[in-house]
Design a protein around this ligand. Structure first.
Ligand SMILES: Nc1ncnc2c1ncn2[C@@H]1O[C@H](COP(=O)(O)OP(=O)(O)OP(=O)(O)O)[C@@H](O)[C@H]1O
Ligand SMILES: [Mg+2]
Length: 499
């Protein structure tokens, strides 16, 4: 069960997250512990296990300090089904009635494709073997099963157009002629059909070798290219009578109909061997994958290790208790979300999913509202609160260079495609960090997102002309950064729009 989940220790999770997110130790610690607790829970004996609820987390921090980034990296790391939803989207006009349960349906959908992919990977070798056999069936007839008469052998499906008769006959003949093939190990004289079978086996093996040596790559074979039926054997739809479910019913209906009608492309095609083998592998893999097992495991995976990231939770926390219009809808959304977070059964097209042990990570800036403005029941379901720190100039400097996919690495890679060698001198980096902090201070603090606009402006000229600067080496130093940004930061109106 849940074989795909990686069991990192909190320390390992921390050090992985460190590769991508600078600072924010508390938040990284909290998610690392939550991850491990889920593994610990799975080791506990069944009765007690059901009683242990995941401890959900609220990440509190200003915009652009790494909340989403932490959650995103965590899910990748954990190989857990992950979905990110914006809480505020459920308050949007026209959204009324769209049930919040859809996030669990989507999460299940994500898990199903995840597991399907894992299964395909597992049966890949077997599928390749079977595909090779099927291709050989098309190229060379199979030896007849024992006791079969010669006539039946001749009747086996041979596509005369597809095999080079000269090859075939000469290969068969050479095998038949070879002296040692007319006696088996017991020394008995073989029947005519046995001799022929041996010839066919040998021919088949010759073809197999030729196939593997890619000597048949220009050969054509004819095969049924109907895409393998995906999904469960019998088209099924589960209609759940609850308001707001109609969209989903429509979707399921469409899925069902498209499954029942079957793809129209069912036809025999002549294909070159390399293309044919791809199709055969796909068909064999589909036959080997037990979709019922995939669905079962996907549901288990969602239930035991799914992560739902609810962004902008602060936007549905109502501060004003007097109950003006928008606040009612916000509180309404909280009430809608509550049962899912508390643990309920959600009907999906794959079956019922229990949400009791799904990990919910909520995040918000909480500038205006506070976590205490959330309805008490919801507060109780998010016992872990972690604050993310505002990023400093020193953090910016590290964010520019240290993360595995840092912005400076990204830009250098982009320039490399033009044949330009872009380098950042250390005083250039310090200057950019300084301007980013300065701009955040002078205007709105948008955290590390500021680095994007800073870099865009510094590299504006180079981005424009890089295509004409092949084989040049460009170094971004402190003086260059100053030259680009000083005029902007000194002019308040300009900086407001540009930086
Ligand atoms: N601590 C950090 N280390 C490295 N990169 C960071 C850090 N914080 C933010 N970033 C980068 O800044 C950008 C925005 O970060 P992120 O999306 O995590 O912000 P957020 O905290 O979710 O903000 P919001 O409240 O606006 O959603 C991303 O490109 C991210 O890589
Ligand atoms: Mg975010």
């Amino acid at each position: 069960m849940s074989a795909g989940i990686k069991n990192f220790t909190p320390r390992e999770v921390m050090s992985e997250l460190d590769r991508f997110v600078i600072g924010q130790k508390d938040a990284k610690r909290a998610v690392a512990i939550a991850m491990r607790n889920r593994w610990r829970r799975q080791q506990v004996e069944a009765g007690l296990r059901e009683e242990i609820m995941p401890k959900n987390i609220i990440m509190i921090g200003a915009t652009g300090v790494g909340k989403t980034e932490i959650a995103r990296r965590l899910s990748k790391l954990a190989n857990a089904p992950f979905i990110k939803v914006e809480a505020s989207k459920f308050t949007e006009v026209g959204y009324v009635g769209k049930d919040v349960e859809s996030m669990i349906r989507e999460l299940t959908e994500i898990a199903v494709s995840m597991i399907k992919e894992e299964y395909s990977e597992r049966v890949k070798v077997k599928a390749e073997e079977l595909a090779e056999e099927r291709l050989l069936d098309l190229l060379v007839p199979k030896p007849a099963p024992k006791q079969k008469k010669k006539k039946e052998v001749a009747n086996q499906e041979i596509d005369l157009n597809d095999i080079n008769l000269n090859d075939f006959e000469s290969l068969t003949k050479s095998m038949l002629d070879s002296g040692d093939s007319d006696e088996n190990s017991d020394g008995d004289v073989k029947t005519e059909s046995e001799i022929e079978d041996q010839g066919l086996i040998a021919t088949r093996e010759k073809f197999r070798q030729m196939l593997r040596d890619k000597k048949l790559d220009n050969r054509f074979v004819e095969l049924d290219t109907t895409p393998p039926k995906q999904g469960m054997g019998i088209p099924m739809i589960e209609v759940v009578a609850s308001p707001g479910n109609f969209e989903d019913i429509g979707k399921s209906l469409r899925d069902m109909l498209s499954g029942a009608m079957g793809p129209k492309s069912s036809k025999r095609k002549k294909l070159k061997v390399p293309e044919a083998i791809e199709i055969l592998i796909e068909q064999e893999a589909a036959k080997l994958i037990d979709m019922d097992a995939v669905v079962k495991e996907a549901i288990e995976r969602v239930q035991d290790s799914g992560i739902v990231f609810i962004d902008e939770i602060d936007k549905i926390a109502s501060k004003d208790k007097s109950g003006h219009g928008p606040d009612i809808s916000r509180e309404g959304v909280q009430r809608d979300i509550l049962p899912i977070v508390e643990g309920s059964r959600v009907h999906t097209k794959y079956g019922v999913v229990a949400t009791d042990h799904i990990l919910f990570i909520a995040a918000g800036a909480f500038h205006v509202s506070k976590p205490s403005d959330l309805i008490p029941e919801l507060q109780g379901r998010f016992p872990i609160r972690v604050e993310l720190q505002p990023l400093t100039e020193a953090d910016f400097l590290r964010i520019l260079t240290e993360p595995a996919h840092s912005l400076t690495k990204q830009y250098s890679a982009l320039m490399k495609t033009e044949g330009v060698d872009l380098e950042f001198a250390s005083d250039g980096l310090t200057e950019m960090a300084r301007y980013a902090a300065l701009a955040n201070q002078q205007m709105e603090n948008i955290g590390a997102r500021r680095l994007h606009t800073i870099l865009e402006n510094v590299l504006d000229e180079i981005s424009f002309s890089a295509s004409e600067k092949q084989n040049e080496k460009l170094v971004i130093d402190g003086a260059y950064v100053k030259k680009c940004l000083d005029p902007l930061i000194k002019n308040e109106d300009l900086s407001r729009y540009i930086l």
